[in-house]
Design a binder for this molecule. Structure first.
Ligand code: ADP
Ligand code: MG
Ligand code: ZN
Length: 620
């Protein structure tokens, strides 16, 4: 029998026994009450008496003259039990030491103890030998196994991370031609860590490596190791690696490894024994490969900074492959991959979509095309047209339009001034991203928005950053110029402006405070640097002063700029109120003194807005 079955059997027997012990009726058939006993005694019918004194009572049992057994109970001091008088009545008397244990109860206690002991021994053994034999399948690795040749994915299904693919091509080569490397005495790397933001394709890439190398693929998530019971995670790691060694050459993929691989001893809640044991086991297993066992462990995380240093040592995850958010070319290729099975109309230009989706990762782009397909289906079309993609993008970014929301005319006008202020400033400042669409159709929680086409660039100059701050504050400035008062609609703009200004001072050394890395970029998945706030009060004050100096200066610049072009501000605002949305080209036209094509009465304004734009929500 397999051990789990034995275990179940034992447990069941234990339960039955306990139930039996509790429900078994005491045997009352031969019990005599005191009156009957006294009568029998007087009549000389009692032949033997065994007396047990206990806690002030006396239990008497024995045989009657006719051979029947009897039992009764009385007070210990009862004169009836006087030895001399009992003997006179012809009774053979004996005494027993008190004991509560009947044969049955002795037996059931013994059995119970044995069973519980057995259970404990079995559980402990399962834990120590680790494997498949703990209670049920507890210690099993839970890994999903895909055998070789089953994976149809390969590198052509992943786009936008060419460097990562190049690095991983080497891994594929190890798995395919290990001899080549052994001959040269090279140690094949066992651990490769894929690092990148969520949705950038790490999981996909790991699978593609297995598909390219045509080897079995074991995949498990870090959180599968983490269980309530200490030791289970470690048992699973052991089991996983045992299976993998048998299947070598193969790939083991541990997704979200930060769930187990966090720095040890850094957890606030006390009981992280389990995680530490699991991590230790993982380290032991990674060290335990002999040459000739081509098991490559890929792991993915978006938080490499929280990983335990021991995991990153040579021989373990000593290679890091960065899977970053794609650039514009990468985005276009990713869009092409996911557009393969979708009927696209000629009006969809994926190159343009790519340009307008800066900041999106692969998973976002896939979602975008899916939304576009849903949108097309909703409108009863059989192909996806450009408008579907635009709407999908806006929806993905900002939630669906809320045309039904009733906005007071005065609010619409203020919103229009605000958005035009952003767009106009963006158009006028060389360092700013240009707005490609502005609208006063409420969407999500905002009453209006301006969408910008960000330039893909790695470095921002100080001047460009100041221009961006100016644009962010320009909505507020426009309200002030046009209405003489300001509304609450600019909170988000201030946040954005403040955060740029603050980072200029504390991260990028762009102020008189100096070239210091004062704060770490906590949002970054590659964040290094000093802890937040690790500077003196004096420095903190200098930072605050510097930040507000930048913000005040840029707000004044926005006021000056828009005041200079006030006539354009008013004209654009009127157009925006009438049309609900304007394109970047419209803004340029009005700025250059031209006129916009007349509105045809039955066209929905938003839908006519020329080639619309892309997407990061800029200052709203
Ligand atoms: P991660 O593991 O990095 O969080 P995933 O690999 O799970 O991201 O990506 C989710 C989905 O997004 C994938 O299944 C794929 O459809 C799509 N995707 C993400 N990145 C890419 C990419 N670089 N190329 C093609 N598709 C991608
Ligand atoms: Mg993933
Ligand atoms: Zn705004």
């Amino acid at each position: 029998m397999k051990r789990p079955t034995v275990l179940w059997g034992l447990g069941l027997a234990l339960l039955l026994l306990l139930a039996l012990g509790m429900t078994l009726p005491r045997d009352r058939r031969n019990e005599l009450n005191l009156t009957e006993f006294t009568a029998a005694l007087n009549r000389g019918q009692v032949s033997t008496a065994v007396i047990v004194y206990q806690n002030g009572t006396a239990q008497v049992g024995g045989q009657l003259e006719d051979g029947r057994p009897y039992r009764t109970r009385t007070l210990a001091a009862d004169p009836l039990l006087n030895l001399a008088s009992l003997q006179q009545s012809g009774v053979t008397v004996s005494y027993l030491a008190p004991s509560r244990l009947s044969v049955l109860s002795v037996l059931s206690v013994a059995l119970t103890v044995a069973l519980i002991g057995g259970l404990i021994v079995l559980l402990m053994r399962g834990r120590q030998s680790g494997g498949s034999d703990a209670a049920g399948n507890f210690g099993k690795s839970k890994a999903a196994v895909i055998s070789e040749g089953q994976i149809k994915l390969n590198f052509t299904d992943v786009a936008g991370c060419d460097e990562a693919k190049q690095d991983l091509q080497e891994v594929v080569d190890f798995l395919r031609h290990p001899e080549k490397y052994h001959q040269l005495g090279a140690r094949i790397p066992h651990g490769v860590l894929l690092v990148g933001p969520p949705g950038s394709g790490k999981t996909l890439l790991a699978k593609a490596v297995a598909g390219e190398a045509r080897v079995p693929y074991f995949s498990i998530s870090g959180s599968d190791f983490v269980e309530m019971f200490v030791g289970v995670g470690a048992a699973r790691v052991r089991d996983l690696f045992e299976q993998a060694r048998k299947a070598a050459p193969c790939i083991v993929f541990i997704d979200e490894i930060d769930a187990v691989g966090r720095k040890r001893g850094m957890n606030m809640q006390g009981g992280n024994d389990e995680r530490e044991q699991t991590l230790n086991q993982l380290l032991v297993e990674m060290d335990g490969f002999s040459s000739g066992q081509e098991v490559i462990i890929l792991a993915a995380t978006n938080r490499p900074d929280v990983l335990d240093a021991a995991l990153l040592r040579p021989g373990r995850f000593d290679r890091q492959v960065v899977v970053d958010a794609p650039d514009v070319r990468g985005r276009e290729q990713i869009l092409r991959i996911h557009a393969r099975k979708k009927p696209l109309d000629a009006s969809v230009d994926l190159g343009v979509v790519a340009r307008r989706t800066a900041g999106m990762v692969g998973a976002d782009l896939e979602n975008l095309l899916n939304e576009a397909a849903l949108q097309a289906a909703r409108s009863g079309r059989t192909r996806i047209v450009g408008r579907d993609v635009d709407e999908a993008r806006d929806r993905v970014l900002m939630g669906p339009e809320r045309r039904s929301l009733v906005v007071r005319e005065a609010d619409r006008k203020v919103t229009a001034y605000h958005e035009v202020g952003h767009a106009l400033a963006a158009q006028l400042l060389p360092g700013a991203d240009k707005a490609h669409k502005l609208t006063i159709v409420p969407r999500g929680r905002s009453l209006g928005s301006a969408l910008y086409t960000p330039q893909d660039r790695m470095h921002h100059t100080r001047a460009a950053l100041l221009d961006r701050i100016c644009v962010a504050l320009a909505g507020h400035a426009a309200e002030q110029i046009a209405t003489g008062q300001v509304t609450t609609g600019a909170a988000n703009d201030f946040q954005q402006a403040t955060s740029i200004a603050r980072r200029m001072v504390t991260e990028w050394g762009m102020s008189s405070v100096g070239q210091l890395a004062l704060e770490q970029d906590s949002g970054s998945y590659l964040g290094y640097g000093p802890q937040q706030g690790a500077y003196s009060d004096h420095t903190a004050q200098a930072i605050d002063e510097e930040v507000s100096r930048i913000l005040n200066g840029e707000f004044q610049r926005a006021l000056d700029l828009l005041g200079e072009h006030a006539h354009v501000l008013y004209r654009l605002t009127d157009e925006l109120v009438a049309r609900e949305s304007l394109s970047g080209e419209d803004v340029q036209t009005v700025l250059a003194g031209g006129t916009l094509p007349p509105l045809s009465p039955d066209l929905r304004p938003t839908e006519t807005a020329a080639p619309t734009g892309k997407l990061t929500p800029g200052p709203a």
